[in-house]
Write a protein that binds this ligand. Structure first.
Ligand code: AR6
Length: 174
């Protein structure tokens, strides 16, 4: 059973086995968490991403999938890059968002990671309403059946942290 924990903070400072990145399918970096991870982790992460593009992901990493690289200078062993769906009110992409968490945990299990830090995937630049994103994220992790011992949600602001905490309590996980 994976224990779910919540902290308010910066994901690049977490001492965990794996840090999940809310990437885009190019795997070549961007803003938000992605920018912070590449800045703090250094160029080794991008070099690994480029190798993945040259080998397995010439067309980019599809939405809902996940892949691991080195964590460079971050205090973690791996970065697991996943691509969340862009929020569109007229289309229900929640299965793709849930898939990001399931696939990241599957990759983490494959690596033997025991502790994994997650950001609120898609809840920033990709526009997902935080409460809905939290519900999908927490359900997906709680139902994943992963061997990972701890899934730590690292929420950047006080407001996002509070929303995750309320959803966690409402779902009987807190
Ligand atoms: N630590 C933890 N959470 C953070 C940090 C941090 N250092 N920085 C931001 N957040 P976002 P997305 C929060 O935009 O919505 C990039 O350009 C942020 O407040 O990083 O999936 C990619 O390349 C929000 O709650 O990811 C893609 O193009 C959450 O992390 C696109 O953005 C996710 O926000 C992905 O957009």
């Amino acid at each position: 059973m994976t224990r779910i924990t919540l902290v308010q903070g910066d994901i690049t400072e977490q001492q965990v086995d794996a840090v999940v990145n809310a990437a885009n399918s190019s795997l070549l970096g961007g803003g938000g968490v992605d920018g912070a991870i590449h800045r703090r982790g250094g160029p080794e992460i991008l070099a690994d991403c480029r190798r993945l593009r040259a080998s397995r992901y010439g067309k980019g990493l599809p939405t809902g999938q996940a892949v691991a690289t080195t964590a460079g200078r971050l205090p973690a062993r791996w970065v697991i890059h996943t691509v969340g769906p862009v929020y569109r009110p007229e289309v229900d992409n929640s299965a793709l968002l849930a898939s990001c968490y399931r696939e990241s945990l599957r990759v983490a299990d494959g690596l033997g990671a025991e502790t994994v830090a997650f950001p609120a995937v898609s809840a920033g630049i990709y526009g997902w309403p935080v409460e809905d994103a939290a519900r999908i994220a927490l359900t997906a992790v709680a139902e994943s059946g992963a061997a990972v011992a701890e899934a730590r949600f690292v929420l950047f602001g006080a407001e996002t942290f509070e929303i995750f905490r309320e959803v966690m309590v409402a779902q009987g996980l807190g």
